[in-house]
Design a protein around this ligand. Structure first.
Ligand SMILES: C[S@@+](CC[C@H](N)C(=O)[O-])C[C@H]1O[C@@H](n2cnc3c(N)ncnc32)[C@H](O)[C@@H]1O
Length: 251
């Protein structure tokens, strides 16, 4: 964590979300999860400040275990639940998603928006499967190629930023291979990138560029963040966030 320049955490704090998404997308994905108990046990991995955690609590009557390795996000999330009077429904765990200290627990639903890429799509699917109850569901949003032959700038950017990014079809197949029956997939609309994520992020970058004008290291980080936004502005038809919803296969 200390390896990051402080500006990185400044960019990524006090934002509604830390990745593309919105209530409608979370609701649509949740609508495919059937037969949950009255009070399901839900695990939200890489929850960040937890907008989707709050949305899940709104959509379900569940108890949610929310995991992130950045404690300030978990503190923010706790405050959000307290404000709703839902303190009892939330447990936060500050841990590495690749080594979750949850071996004694099992869940009806595992949720992860924009975070499984950190440990790798296949690795996450395989590792987290043991935490699901029989018949349990998994719902993930993941950056995916939507169209073949992306232009050079897009290809080059993601070759550096996320070389293992796959197509929607490849990820669907990967879910089946990892032991899940695919229930649904859908692409997030462009508004889910802008409203709660890129627009507030871009405003933040512009403010910080003034503050860090003399700091070349910080400016480099800020330019890279801006480049990602500009890329999406021009080439959004080639890649996007896709929700993948699956149910664990019976043995
Ligand atoms: C792109 S953000 C998504 C956050 C949130 N789900 C959202 O959509 O707003 C990824 C999150 O994963 C967390 N994270 C990164 N590496 C992690 C790790 N190894 N273990 C647990 N959380 C991690 C980050 O702190 C961040 O909150």
């Amino acid at each position: 964590m200390s390896d990051f320049h402080p500006v990185f955490w400044q960019i990524h704090s006090d934002l509604p979300r830390q990745g593309p998404g919105n209530f409608e997308a979370t609701k649509q994905a949740f609508s495919h999860v059937k037969g949950l108990p009255d009070s399901p046990q839900i695990l939200d991995v890489g929850c960040g400040p937890g907008q989707q955690t709050v949305d899940l609590a709104t959509l379900s009557n569940g108890n949610i275990t929310a995991v992130d390795f950045y404690q300030p996000y978990l503190d923010e999330l706790k405050q959000r639940f307290e404000a709703q009077g839902w303190t009892e429904r939330l447990k936060v765990v500050c841990a590495d998603m690749a080594d979750l200290p949850l071996a004694a627990q099992s869940f009806d639903l595992i949720w992860s928006e924009g975070a499984i890429y950190i440990m790798g799509f296949d690795r996450g699917l395989n590792k987290w499967r043991s935490l699901l109850k029989p018949g349990g569901y998994i719902a993930l949003s993941e950056l995916s190629w939507l169209k073949p032959n992306p232009p050079e700038p897009v290809q080059q950017f993601w070759q550096e930023g996320y070389p293992s990014m796959r197509t929607l079809e490849e990820n669907r197949a990967a879910m089946e291979t990892a032991g899940y029956t695919l229930v649904d997939t859908f692409s997030l609309p462009e508004s889910a990138w802008w409203t709660d994520y890129y627009t507030p992020l871009e405003n933040k970058i512009n403010q910080l560029k003034i503050e860090y004008e003399q700091d070349s290291g910080a400016m480099e980080i800020l330019e890279a963040e801006q480049q990602e936004i500009d890329l999406y502005r021009h080439y959004s038809q080639y890649y996007g966030y896709v929700f993948y919803i699956g149910q664990i296969q019976e043995n």
